[in-house]
Write a protein that binds this ligand. Structure first.
Ligand SMILES: [Zn+2]
Length: 64
């Protein structure tokens, strides 16, 4: 315990570049939590699902 904050939120090798939730967006936060929960549970398919949802949402709502 105590080193939790040094743990990356996502595996950088997963899908190249996983989307980053925007802290100001409720949907991003929701999907980010979903992905975190999946990572904690080592549920790779749920984690991928959350990444896909997050990426789709960001493409629609946060197109850069
Ligand atoms: Zn968002």
């Amino acid at each position: 315990m105590g080193t939790d904050q040094a743990t990356p939120l996502y595996d950088p090798e997963d899908l190249g570049r996983p989307p980053r939730p925007l802290p100001d967006c409720a949907t991003c936060r929701k999907l980010g939590k979903l992905r975190e929960a999946a990572q904690v549970a080592y549920d790779r398919s749920a984690e991928t699902d959350a990444n896909v949802l997050l990426r789709q949402h960001q493409l629609q709502e946060h197109r850069a």
